[in-house]
Design a protein around this ligand. Structure first.
Ligand SMILES: *[C@@H]1O[C@H](CO)[C@@H](O)[C@H](O)[C@H]1NC(C)=O
Length: 212
């Protein structure tokens, strides 16, 4: 009888938790899959065949390096979407050769919120190094880089790097010289009006700047 009562209580708790999740009273996280980098030297993604390693990871303990990674077909693009990834504890380096695709980085990590910078790549926590075809470097959910520096370079058509309020993303670790940009265009469009001046591209506002 006592056992029966426990089970009933559990079910009631689950039901009420489900209810407060569904009406948005609390941030109910999806189940986590924590992936650990085996070598301590960074997960190196060179070709599409490497992409499954990262699939389904919600937290990546380590650093991720896309090294001359190419997407030539829509199937390649589809294989390079990591919607589950919310956190990287080390650094993220994107050396992307766009090939035919994509024009935006935004689709790859739509839910990446935090890059902790517990490990740097030559002092950088976020390094974006592209060829000529990328129009923006959108990481639409990114709200926090805890340590280190950001460097964005080598893309003559990429805009919206100067419409990010990095001090909001980097908090107390922010200083102007921690954001390094090189060989980027100067005549870039401004953000959509709804974005309070801060956006990742023509569609995506910088989330943290919408919440005052
Ligand atoms: C890519 O994903 C989209 C959306 O899920 C789908 O409609 C399309 O068929 C996929 N294309 C390929 C080549 O896998």
């Amino acid at each position: 009888m006592a056992r029966m009562k426990f089970i009933t209580v559990d079910i009631m708790m689950l039901l009420s938790l489900g209810l407060i999740c569904s009406i948005g009273l609390v941030d109910c996280q999806l189940p986590s899959k924590v992936c650990y980098e085996p070598s301590g030297e960074g997960l190196i993604m060179k070709v599409i065949a490497d992409a499954p390693i990262l699939k389904g990871c919600t937290v990546y303990v380590g650093s991720i390096f896309f090294a001359n990674y190419r997407m030539h077909t829509q199937a390649h693009v589809n294989a390079s979407i990591f919607p589950d990834l919310r956190e990287i504890t080390g650094s993220l380096v994107m050396g992307l050769v766009a090939g035919k695709y994509p024009t935006s980085l935004g689709f790859m990590f739509p839910n990446l919120r935090v890059i902790r910078g517990n490990q740097f790549f030559y002092g950088f926590t976020l390094l974006l190094y592209f060829d000529q075809q990328l129009l923006d470097m959108s990481l639409p959910s990114l709200t926090k880089i805890e340590r280190g520096k950001v460097r964005i370079q080598n893309n003559k058509i990429m805009c919206y790097y100067n419409t990010i309020k990095w001090s909001s993303v980097m908090g107390s670790s922010y200083a102007p010289d921690r954001i390094i940009t090189k060989t980027l265009p100067t005549n870039c469009p401004t953000c959509p009006a709804k974005c309070n001046g801060y956006c990742w591209n023509a569609q995506k506002c910088q989330i943290s700047m919408l919440i005052d």
